[in-house]
Write a protein that binds this ligand. Structure first.
Ligand SMILES: NC(=O)c1ccc[n+]([C@@H]2O[C@H](COP(=O)([O-])OP(=O)(O)OC[C@H]3O[C@@H](n4cnc5c(N)ncnc54)[C@H](OP(=O)(O)O)[C@@H]3O)[C@@H](O)[C@H]2O)c1
Length: 329
């Protein structure tokens, strides 16, 4: 039997445990070219919140009663594929469960062996890929430019801050709370903004960037996006990665005074990580090099046990995590 989280009802307000149901799914015999993977680490990602609503998000809505998807790493425990023998460590998208039967094509072997496997759910995986392309390809930064990045102490944000430092940018990073701000300083941010400290985001960003910003990497939307528009220099570039301040709130997200885009000649581009899939090897090479050279620290917040998945999702939406939020099985 595999234990698998399913959607049980559409959430209303804050997520409840009953919005999900943990159910047994029988293990079917493997077909040719399939493997069974015992998951060891599961990823908790904000995009799942959007999939729970009828409106969906940048990921499609999940029908009620369906199995919740998500990144996972684990080890092959049974194999009918010569390329993936028992013991191979793999990354795949069948998380929110303790084991999965998959075709070999749905699994990506991970290495080197000395690398902790959960890194492939963070900086060496989807969040790292998001940061890499969202910063380097969407914003095309030049050394010395001023970058503002929001939700900077999270999985994507900690990668953005460190890649930006490697590329010689001046980094202004926002997060919630003094511990997170201290972490961001350690990771190389030049200036930090505590979003929970008194004052508006407009005031705080104006003080942090008196000459304005050239680049904005948006993970939050709302008042952070508004402040970035207010502080943008002529010709600034914005990379829209996500807008977590609006997740689960219902209604339409609004952008006040879009005329600022015209007046400041701002180039704004939304993106999703999969659109860069064809060039993933570029990211993997650079990121692995930076991680192995100690240039990329990967903070983690870990909860234990499959039962913690709904709480993990609530925690990431509340902002309890420093770095990548992971579930250890
Ligand atoms: N486009 C894509 O393909 C793609 C891929 C991955 C992720 N994303 C997006 O990137 C963003 C970050 O994702 P992640 O996986 O790295 O999550 P994360 O940053 O590790 O966790 C989410 C963080 O968002 C912050 N937050 C929550 N509510 C907020 C609010 N009302 N205002 C400001 N900050 C708030 C919290 O940090 P603080 O309390 O420190 O602010 C929280 O720790 C999300 O918007 C996500 O949807 C997009």
């Amino acid at each position: 039997m595999a234990l698998v989280w399913h959607t049980a009802r559409r959430p209303s307000g804050e997520l409840q445990d009953d919005d999900f149901a943990l159910r047994d799914v029988p293990d079917l015999p493997l077909g040719e070219g399939e493997v069974r993977v015992r998951n060891t680490w599961l990823s908790v990602d904000p995009y799942v919140r959007g999939m729970l609503d009828d409106e969906g998000s940048y990921m499609p809505t999940m029908p009620l009663g369906s199995q919740v998807p998500g990144g996972a790493v684990g080890a092959v425990v049974e194999s009918r594929d010569a390329g993936l023998p028992v013991g191979t460590r793999v990354l795949h998208d069948y998380g929110w469960r303790d084991s999965a039967a998959l075709s070999a094509a749905q699994c990506r072997p991970i290495g080197p062996d000395e690398m902790p496997p959960q890194r492939f759910l963070g900086h060496l995986g989807m969040p790292g890929q998001t940061a890499y392309f969202g910063l380097l390809e969407v914003l095309e930064p030049r050394a010395g430019e001023v970058l503002f990045v929001s939700a900077a102490a999270g999985a994507v944000g900690t990668a953005v801050v460190q890649i930006a430092r490697i590329k010689g940018l001046h980094v202004i990073a926002s997060a919630g709370g003094s511990d997170k701000c201290a972490l961001l300083k350690e990771l190389g941010a030049d200036v930090v903004i505590d979003r929970k400290a008194p004052g508006t985001m407009r005031e705080k960003l104006a003080a942090a960037a008196p000459e304005g910003i050239d680049l904005y990497f948006d993970n939050v939307g709302g008042d952070h996006l508004d402040a970035a528009l207010e502080s943008a220099r002529i010709g600034a570039k914005f990379s829209l990665c996500g807008m977590i301040s609006g997740y689960g709130k219902g209604g339409v997200l609004e952008l006040p005074d879009p005329m600022r885009l015209v007046v400041r000649q701002i180039r704004m581009r939304g993106f999703t990580a999969p659109e860069f899939e064809a060039r993933r090897s570029l990211f993997e090479k650079d990121m692995l090099e930076w991680v192995l050279a100690g240039r990329m620290r990967s903070p983690e917040t870990v909860l234990d046990g499959l039962g913690a998945m709904p709480e993990g999702l609530r925690a990431v939406l509340r902002g309890d995590n420093m770095g990548k939020l992971l579930i250890r099985l």
